[in-house]
Design a protein around this ligand. Sequence first.
Ligand SMILES: [Zn+2]
Length: 393
Amino acid sequence: MRSVGTPGEILGLIRRGEATTRNAVAGATGLARSTVAGRIDRLIADGLISEDGDAPSTGGRPPALLAFNRHAGVVLVADLGATHGRLAVTDLAGEPMAEVAVDLDIAAGPEAVLHRVEAEFDALLDTTNRGGDAVSAIGIGVPGPVEFAAGRAVNPPIMPGWHGYPIRDRLSARFGAPCLVDNDVNIMALGEHWVAAPRPDNLLFVKVGTGIGSGLILDGCLHRGAQGAAGDIGHVQIAAAEGVLCRCGNEGCLEAVAGGRALADQLAGRGAATATSRDVVRLAAAGDHIAVSAIREAGRRIGRVLASMVNILNPESIVVGGDVAEAGEHLLAGIREAVYRRSTALATAHLRVTTSTLGDRAGITGAAAMAIEHVLDPIVVDASLLAAKGATA
Ligand SMILES: [Zn+2]
């Protein structure tokens, strides 16, 4: 669809590099040059774009180049896990300016955890010499189901005390900026999609950690589903798990035999010193045959479920992340084997199955992407320019 050229849409053209001169913006939008000039002046006055004349000269006066000003604001991001978290301040291109990894206990409840998050954000802002008024947006990931529109966790199994807690409203009020909250797997999917080059329209991110979950990017957008529960593949029933009790209360779930916790339990039952998924990965990295074959079999089981998803959704990319993915080729080999054998030839013709390139930074990268794409959405930009105009009128 042809852009109609509101200031927010013009900002998008400049940001994506699709139009970087006034003439190009006029050409792309079909607007009169005088209209384009007024809107660009407005974006420059607001600090969102800058204009310089450093374009290479081909004789005559070179056209001034328009560029998105990534330093027009900062974004606060946090990826909160069960026992640790990663927090950062990024610029409006998602580039981290300061970052910290901390131990925290999500089960300590929202008051204690968010108090800590706020203190860490204050400290990170201090180190970047940006005041709180520079905060454009906040993006948070939590290890449980989230009602995205309300910014609240909903019956999160490993987050006692968080059900219904207004995470979004608290942080938004504290820092005076919009806040977006989503579950950890969704923000990891957004992070992998954000850095992929070329960026695929359809990407399936699978997290294999203590549990198993997935995030779906369909036609370029994160698919959350009606209640935000889309992609919860850990609790898909598989034959190999028949009779095995899952932490969700059902029997037969994929996660109950192929998740990191299940692998640790299986190996511990055979005498290995494995308490967590990380222990399993460490053992496999040391060449332990039993650990390697357990991870590979887990890969095949996960792959069978993914094969069904490939047949239904036809993604061009599957990215595997989470602790157990750090076992690298062992998990990936099992997944690939099952996906390529059980999906249709057409669906796998151009399918790539890879491990995460971001590792444990996928979450904050995606939280930044989520917050930035919200605050730079043309509708949001136009509304805030209008509000600023009203305030100064
Ligand atoms: Zn289950």
